[in-house]
Write a protein that binds this ligand. Structure first.
Ligand code: IVH
Length: 691
């Protein structure tokens, strides 16, 4: 097993120690990157790594190029050499609809003269294709796809990717093994990289694929090693025929896994086009939860002899195709920028776009966040811009295509005055803050409208029958100046409003009535204190148990609340030192008679076995709403989060639970039914009320 250099080693024990350390490190890498199941903490890995480094420094003659310490070379290249691929690297055809998928399947079964075909189905990773060459189990070359026939030799950079083994595991691999797969940048690594780039004042990357390609095509491997790249295999190139391999694609991939090469855990075997389609849907649902970007799925005829039979057409195989998801990024024109005033006065730029179909919907508006972001993205009015919409995330302008910039493009300027013509107060920007704000305060109708909309919104006071448009009308008509005024409205006043019948007026009065009984966290959240979201409102309520104590608190006492820092404490303190705000709160409690059960709050401040535990709710609950389940869990001290991860403690699965349930099961997370959840609530004397 020992490598070439070891033949003349005079001290076998050291050589053995070295080999043993390298073996352990390889094993831990395999557990981490291939099995996604490390069996030692990172610190133990680091300790072994340093021990190996130390021994190697003492015995430089024993250093081998496949040692885990030898990933980063220190010589930048002047250019990449060419690599001629022994077997060309092909591309894939595409299908975009169910019909095109069934047509593809039809061609396959006709071509083979069979009734049904079996497929290996895989996620289509959004990175760049790479060919790795192993000789006698050692990584000797890494090359990009290039034009399919000739690529670039990026071995130095490939070696810096921790997920790629420098040496294969076991001894049953072919003497020559070319592995094909995708180098990609996981979403979290991409975000962190862009954050770092911004801090350094360097260019950020538009998406993980560009970041992966840019990182791999660095001439200096010391830069590549700082980039969070990863790798999954999806096929093979040249293989020496000294070892018998499986006769189908799926099992060959699993074989690669046994040799220490990472393979996506989403790969499956399915039958026919129905199987392919259900996989497409299943992965589509999971797409946003996956830690890396995918742009579709790939269907491959599983049997290798059937693949041979079908062969190729031009440069794509007849036995495989990609089924793309609707694109999450598209190009469109930035027609204009409008400025919106939020409830705390923040003046936010909103891009008005030429309508574009992206991420499955037509997008006409997208946020531009603030002036810093506009500057960073370098966009101008009239530019062709990249618009991104991933999952349920708010559409975003990612950047501009500078080469398409028209001469008439206009710079985006922060308005000097509040964009609400009825206000017109100065717009100011405080040093160190990205947001610009209207200085009009409560005299600004735009701010008042937003504050009232927020007060009535679903997660705040949840006033049914009071939509955004109606709030705007009520403020414009001078009938409502603050949230407390809502409760003084008379039926006659309302039914006189534009497009407002008696019935909807009555609905709104009923909605207001019903909202009078609420919870302390909802009430605090509804006040719209700057920096106080749902979670902070809840922690404040749990900490102080009553409103008066919060109002009377000094900043030092507020800082004692978990998760409240000096900025948030100052916002809260400041809010309750404004006589006007106190007036509105008093009106709400004394005149509008808004109330919340006090007992419930003090009870829930008690520590429970669920305090600090993380819950995810999925599927349909029949005996309570998600919001109710969430609030009751929170009153037990639990956190309710949106997506399943290793940190999740419990998953509550209602009817028709989908990908979150699958993920929770695969992570070994405790799964509770709705009945289990009700039992937990009952044990804590918590009851689901009709909402
Ligand atoms: S197979 C002969 N499988 O998609 C088949 N490609 O559009 C060759 N890709 O260049 C490719 N995930 O960069 C295959 N599971 C997957 C893939 C995949 C991503 C990329 C690859 C290829 C491109 C073709």
């Amino acid at each position: 097993m020992m490598g070439d250099l070891f033949d003349s080693v005079p001290e076998p024990p050291i050589a053995e120690q070295l080999e043993n350390l390298k073996g352990q490190l390889r094993h831990h890498n395999y557990r981490y990157y291939v099995l996604d199941d490390p069996d030692v903490p990172d610190a133990e890995y680091d300790r072994l790594f340093r021990e190996l480094q130390k021994l190697e420094a003492q015995h430089p003659e024993l250093l081998t190029s496949d040692s885990p310490t030898q990933r980063v070379g220190d010589q930048p290249l002047s250019k990449f050499d060419e690599v001629v691929h022994a077997i060309p690297m092909l591309s894939l055809g595409n299908v975009f609809s169910e019909k095109e998928l069934t047509d593809f399947n039809q061609r396959v079964i006709q071509g083979l003269g069979v009734d049904q075909a079996d497929y290996c189905v895989e996620p289509k990773l959004d990175g760049l294709a790479i060919s790795l060459r192993y000789e006698d189990g050692k990584l000797v070359q890494g090359a990009t796809r290039g034009d399919g026939a000739t690529g670039e030799n990026v071995t130095q950079n490939i070696r810096t990717i921790q997920a790629i083994p420098l040496k294969l595991i076991g001894n049953d691999y072919p003497q020559i093994l070319e592995v094909r797969g995708e180098v990609f940048m996981p979403k979290a690594g991409f975000d962190a990289l862009n954050e770092r780039q911004r801090e350094k004042g360097e260019k950020s990357f538009a998406n993980p694929r560009n970041a992966a390609a840019g990182s791999l095509r660095q001439l200096d491997p010391r830069i590549t090693t700082t980039r969070p790249l990863s790798f999954y295999c999806y096929g093979m190139g040249e293989i020496s025929d000294d070892i018998a391999l499986a006769d189908n694609h799926y099992e060959r991939l699993m074989g690669l896994k046994n040799w220490g090469l990472p393979v996506s855990s989403e790969i499956q075997r399915v039958n026919g086009s129905e199987g392919c389609l259900s996989y497409y849907k299943q992965i589509g649902e999971k797409r946003d939860a996956l830690p890396y970007e995918i742009d579709g799925v790939v269907y491959k005829v599983n049997s290798l002899s059937q693949q041979d039979e079908l062969g190729f057409v031009s440069r794509a195989p007849r036995w495989a195709t990609a089924h793309k998801f609707p694109a999450q990024e598209e190009l469109t024109i930035l027609n204009d920028v409008e400025w919106q005033v939020g409830r705390t006065g923040a003046v936010t730029p909103v891009a008005r776009l030429e309508p574009v179909f992206v991420g499955g919907v037509t997008v006409t508006n997208a946020t531009l966040h603030n002036m810093d972001e506009i500057k960073r993205k370098g966009v101008m009015i009239g530019d062709t811009v990249i618009v991104r919409r991933a999952g349920d995330v708010i559409p975003e302008v990612v950047g501009a295509v500078i080469s398409k910039r028209p001469k008439t493009a206009k710079e985006i300027l922060l308005p000097k005055h509040c964009p609400d013509p009825a206000c017109g107060a100065d717009v100011v920007r405080t040093e160190g803050e990205s947001a610009a704000r209207c200085s009009g305060g409560l005299s600004c109708p735009a701010q008042r409208k937003e504050a009232i909309k927020h007060f009535a919104s679903r997660k705040a006071m949840d006033v049914e029958g009071l939509g955004d448009k109606l709030v705007e009308q009520l403020v414009d008509a001078g009938l409502v100046h603050n949230p407390a005024d809502l409760f003084a409205l008379k039926l006659e006043q309302l039914s006189g409003m534009e497009r407002m019948g008696e019935k909807s007026a009555q609905n709104m009065i009923d909605g207001l009535d019903k909202s009078r009984t609420t919870t302390l966290p909802r009430f605090i959240f509804a006040l719209g204190i700057r920096d106080v979201g749902e979670t902070t409102a809840r922690t404040l309520a749990l900490h102080f148990c009553n409103l008066k104590s919060i109002i009377d608190s000094e900043e030092e006492q507020l800082i004692e609340v978990p998760d409240v820092g000096p900025i948030v404490a100052a916002s809260i303190h400041n809010f309750f030192r404004q006589p006007h705000n106190i007036e509105v709160v008093e009106q709400l409690v004394n005149e509008a008679k808004i109330s919340w059960p006090i007992i419930e709050m003090s009870d829930s401040a008690i520590e429970t076995e669920y305090s600090g535990k993380s819950f995810v709710l999925t599927g349909t609950l029949s005996k309570m709403s998600r919001q109710q389940a969430k609030e009751l869990l929170q009153s037990l001290g639990a956190k309710v989060v949106g997506s399943v991860s290793k940190k999740t403690d419990y998953l509550v699965a209602g009817e028709a639970a989908g990908s979150k349930l699958t993920k929770a099961e695969s992570l070994g997370i405790t799964v509770l039914s709705e009945e289990d959840l009700l039992a937990i609530f009952n044990n804590h004397q918590l009851h689901v009320t009709d909402s």
